[in-house]
Design a protein around this ligand. Structure first.
Ligand SMILES: [Zn+2]
Length: 79
């Protein structure tokens, strides 16, 4: 089987585009996973708006600026 020079370069070019596509997909996926991990471990204070880290989901941590305890996620309490 003979391969012409044009076919050879087409294969190389295709491999480069495929590699770039796969690399971009992996990078976007990694960024999304990291952003979700940061979003999961960050709490925004409902009083002063300060964002701070709270790694444990069950325990409400007090805001470092105003001292109010903030729960992660939607607040379903009344009042
Ligand atoms: Zn606060």
């Amino acid at each position: 089987m003979e391969v012409t020079l044009a076919e050879f370069f087409m294969v190389i070019l295709g491999a480069c585009f495929l590699g770039a596509g796969i690399s971009g997909f992996i990078d976007r996926r990694r960024d999304r996973v990291r952003a979700n991990a940061i979003k999961r471990s960050t709490v925004r204070c409902r009083v002063c708006g300060c964002a701070y880290e709270a790694p444990d989901r069950r325990v409400a941590r007090a805001c470092p600026q105003c001292g109010r305890e903030n729960f992660r996620g939607r607040d379903r309490r009344l009042g």
